[in-house]
Design a protein around this ligand. Structure first.
Ligand code: ATP
Length: 233
């Protein structure tokens, strides 16, 4: 479904990605992990067309997307939950969700307001509250809910649980598990290895702009040396 093939990405003169590669298959949940500043967000920005790549290719369902503007990438069915939420503060929960609704993937059974609210009970309770009346965690859930309303082929979450209360993190992870059961493809950046090895199929570890390790959840669980060396656990 998604293939990132040896991309180089720069900020001005400074190179952030060095031949970065990863792939996500249909109905697969894949994580991208690594310490701060190693290039996770830059990888996501490159995929979404928010930062241009200078070399390499990115393909989505066989289509080259690395030179497309980000709105076209989104239209092809990539749904991003960016670091730092970005919901509409002066719209209600429901309005925020309707604002992004689209059936991009053309699925037979698209996400509706009711179905997404069922996934997030605490958001459902606050459906008539304004975005700016929500707690940080509720705003983050709303950001995920909004991305789902676009019916993405691939959902990408960048640090969606960072800094949230444990109960809210658990609700987001539980949502990811249910999405996985429903066959949703997901690329997730999240530092919680224990949860990620439960939820995801495969993992990539990035160090200084390229992949230094990749494997399944079972392989990562038993790779204490890798966890210590690259993730500092
Ligand atoms: P974090 O977990 O802290 O978000 P990350 O793994 O997502 O880290 P990136 O944000 O992708 O890392 O950063 C990769 C490298 O690119 C870092 O060295 C960072 O300083 C640099 N970088 C990121 N954004 C910019 C920018 N807008 N301008 C210049 N350099 C940047």
């Amino acid at each position: 479904m998604l293939e990132v093939d040896r991309i180089d990405t720069f900020y001005g003169q400074s190179q952030a990605l060095f031949g970065m590669s990863l792939s996500v298959g249909a109905a697969e949940v894949v994580t991208l992990m690594g310490r701060n500043g190693m290039g996770k967000t830059t990888t996501v920005r490159s995929i979404m067309g928010l930062t241009r790549v200078r070399a390499g290719e990115i393909r989505f369902n066989g289509v080259r997307i690395d030179s497309l503007p980000s709105y076209r990438v989104a239209k092809l069915g990539l749904g991003l939950v960016p670091e730092g939420r970005q919901i509409f503060p002066n719209l209600t929960v429901t309005e925020n969700m309707i604002a992004t609704a689209a059936n991009r993937s053309g699925r037979d059974d698209p996400w509706t307001l009711a179905k997404v609210l069922e996934l997030f009970p605490s958001l459902a309770e606050r459906r008539n509250n304004m975005g700016n009346q929500l707690s940080g965690g509720e705003q983050q859930m709303l950001a995920v809910a909004r991305a789902l309303m676009t019916n993405p082929h691939l959902l990408i979450l960048d640090e969606a649980t960072e800094g949230l209360a444990p109960i809210i993190r658990a609700e987001i992870w539980s949502c990811l598990s249910r999405l996985r059961q429903g066959g949703q493809s997901i690329l997730v950046i999240d530092k919680n290895i224990r949860e990620m090895t439960r939820i995801a199929d495969r993992h990539y570890i990035i160090e200084k702009g390229s992949v230094v390790w990749t494997g399944t959840s079972a392989e990562l669980v038993s790779a204490d040396d890798i966890q210590l060396r690259y993730l500092g656990v």
